[in-house]
Design a protein around this ligand. Structure first.
Ligand SMILES: [Cu+2]
Length: 662
């Protein structure tokens, strides 16, 4: 219970983890999501309740994290009401960017739970170690090859979901030698259209994907060399809330990492990485009845490198340094085929590239015996360039005066103080400032159709960086059987980027009501809270409850779009030797602060129940486990506020997963 308590406290204070001991950071990175699950790990069972769950399902249960849903697969992470360019999503510290103008391919979809080691989340401006941000960051760490005693270990399994007639095969294997280890994983998912709580089929909600990863690790004297390769391919991914689907989406990533472990001097370790990734995205409307068919391919490629170092404690300071650089290039095209005549060509994302180089420094200071302070700062220099040619000429029609290159410096700075009080309390206080660059769509997007508010969106190359002042106040309480953690936050974002109707412009997409252009508004404010509890009155029973809520308004008091409703997930788990059972309640309040300007409708509250059970056994052939369950037990017809287009969620779903470990 003691260890459990620590783990729990660390997870729910995930936003302040950089302020903690490196020991805790290490535990966090190994614990959030483990590719090989240990039995009886309460948090694991909470985050990854269904063994066939994908990374999105895990994210949806994390503190302060929500998802925008336009389909059954490919949901976009939101941190405390901020998304897209306001947050940073990295994979093993690597920057990677979508190739879809409609945000169908958040990079979180490329890592499956089978090749995930952990998800580190930072909330607010504090998450700047991987890049400047105002809303927070998610870093998905990839599973590593392990140097085991056994030369070959692994697992294979199959899962089935009734609601979408979905099947999921997964396997991974670890090969271990004296000084090297290798790991391979393969996942295949295929789902048909799912059925909602009223028994109706939700058309265009199908998807199919494969994911393959390969990793190697070699010991070289005292150092470690790692290599990673990953390829993910989605096919026929339906987007019921959008007028188009995905025909094909393909991503590949490559990375080489060198870790130097030193035990002399003040340096603890040094890590350097070079990486590359590529995304190809091809939308498809051939299954839809549309006024005009279109081809919409997109490309995004990123190359980057970073180096980081940590020191041992030097008097009462522990320092961390990082320097990084990336170069991202994107292009998205649209070819329209009107019924009456020839085709038309456009670049919806004009060919452009961005290079960002930055330095980051953090200092953990111990002041006296109880107070710990973390100070961190980052400085990034960036250059964003739209290339000469077709895409730039298009924009020139609207902005006759704009520079091809925009050079910007972004800065961030954070201070977090943490101090225990009496025996059972810990108080945390954070204040910070951050800036973020406008995204490619916000700068150069060209008639990007938004189905939610039925407008075409235009970029604005004159946008300034968006800023944020962020503050958090947290209280933790713990004793032998109960742990509570509450955080309140407030963020004030000057130069907030939002799109408003320009009545001078005419829409191009058939049926669109008008054109919106991005601009910097004076400011917007965000506030809210997260509250978690872990209760374990007796050994076999654990209860976890997690609440999260966010509100946001512009300076004029208008609701900001895509702000989730207040939500709670509560899970009661029982374990006895080889058997476990879990009852979950998930609910949200109504969201009545909808943004009418952005085509949002109020969303009623909902309440659903899930029931899960598991059994595992060991015999001379290996280790088997079976998990079964039913989600949305009462077959409730519901949707969440961030679900686009009023598309309902799946109705009652029976699932089972069989897994064999060797
Ligand atoms: Cu797309």
């Amino acid at each position: 219970m003691r260890i459990l308590s620590h783990l729990f406290l660390i997870i729910i204070t995930v936003n302040f983890v950089q302020a903690q001991d490196t020991l805790q950071t290490r535990i966090l990175s190994e614990v959030v999501i483990q590719s090989v699950q240990t039995e009886g790990d309460t948090l694991q069972n909470f985050y990854r309740a269904n063994q066939s769950a994908n990374t999105e399902d895990i994210l949806s249960r994390m503190n302060g994290v929500y998802l925008i849903r336009r389909s059954a697969y490919g949901q976009e992470p939101v941190i405390r009401g901020m998304s897209g360019g306001q947050i940073n999503v990295t994979i093993d510290g690597m920057r990677m960017f979508s190739a879809c103008t409609d945000r169908m391919d958040p990079v979180t979809i490329y890592v499956e739970p089978q090749n995930l080691k952990s998800i580190d989340a930072s909330l607010g401006t504090n998450g700047t170690s991987m890049g400047s941000t105002i809303g927070g960051s998610l870093n998905l760490r990839l599973a590593e090859p392990l140097m085991n005693k056994k030369s070959v270990t692994g697992r294979a399994g199959v899962g089935y979901q009734s609601v979408s007639n979905g099947i999921n095969y997964f396997t991974d294997a670890n090969f271990s030698q004296q000084r090297s280890a290798y790991r391979a994983s393969f996942i295949y998912r295929k789902n048909q259209n799912y059925i909602d709580g009223r028994g109706q089929t939700v058309n265009f909600s199908q998807f199919e994907k494969t994911n393959f990863s390969l990793a190697g690790k070699w010991g070289i004297r005292k150092d470690t060399l790692k290599a990673n390769f990953l390829i993910d391919e989605g096919r026929n991914i339906g987007f019921p809330a959008l007028p188009m689907d995905v025909g094909k989406a393909r991503a590949s990533m490559y990375a080489l990492t060198y870790i130097r472990h030193t035990d002399s001097g003040w340096l603890k370790n040094l890590e350097g990485k070079v990486y590359a990734n590529e995304v190809y995205h091809q939308m498809d409307d051939s299954q839809r009845e549309v006024l005009m068919h279109m081809d919409m391919p997109g490309w995004s490629s990123t190359y980057g490198a970073y180096a980081e170092a940590k020191t041992k404690a030097i008097s009462n300071h522990t320092l961390q340094f990082r320097t990084d650089i990336y170069h991202n290039r994107v292009l998205a095209e649209m070819v329209m085929y009107p019924n009456d005549g020839g085709s038309m060509y456009m670049q919806t994302w004009p060919s452009s590239y961005r290079t960002v180089a930055g330095i980051y420094m953090a200092d953990d200071v111990r002041l006296g015996s109880r107070l710990k302070v973390n100070i961190n700062g980052r400085l990034d220099a960036s250059n964003t360039t739209i290339e000469e040619g077709f895409g730039k000429d298009q924009l020139y029609v609207f902005y006759s005066q704009f520079e091809s290159s925009s050079k910007k410096i972004t800065k961030s700075f954070n201070v977090t103080a943490r101090r225990p009080f009496m025996q059972n309390f810990v108080f945390t206080l954070h204040g910070g400032y951050g800036e973020r660059l406008p995204t490619n769509s916000e700068l150069y997007g060209f008639y990007l159709f938004n189905r939610q508010d039925i407008h075409d969106y235009m970029g604005n190359p004159h946008l300034k960086v968006e800023k944020s002042f962020s503050s958090d106040f947290g209280i933790e309480f713990f004793n032998n059987w109960l742990e509570l953690n509450g955080t309140m936050f407030y963020q004030h974002n000057p130069n907030y980027i939002l799109a408003y109707v320009d009545t001078q412009l005419d829409a191009m997409t058939p049926g669109a009501y008008g054109v919106k252009v991005y601009e910097n508004i004076s400011d917007a404010k965000f506030w809210g809270a997260e509250l978690s509890a872990l209760v374990s009155p007796i050994r076999n029973i654990q209860l976890i409850s997690s609440f999260k809520g966010t509100r946001a308004e512009t300076f004029a008091g208008d609701p900001i779009p895509f702000i989730p409703a207040f939500k709670n997930v509560t899970s009661l788990r029982f374990e006895k030797s080889k058997f476990n059972g879990q009852l979950e309640w998930e609910g949200a309040l109504a969201q009545t602060h909808a943004s009418e300007n952005f085509g949002e409708q109020d969303t009623p509250g909902y309440s659903i129940f899930n029931l899960r059970a598991g059994y595992h056994t060991n015999n001379h052939l290996g280790n088997w486990s079976l998990s079964v369950g039913v989600e949305n037990l009462t077959n409730k017809y519901y949707r969440e506020h961030l679900d686009w287009g009023g598309i309902p969620r799946p109705g009652r779903n029976f699932y089972s997963t069989v897994e064999f470990r060797f």
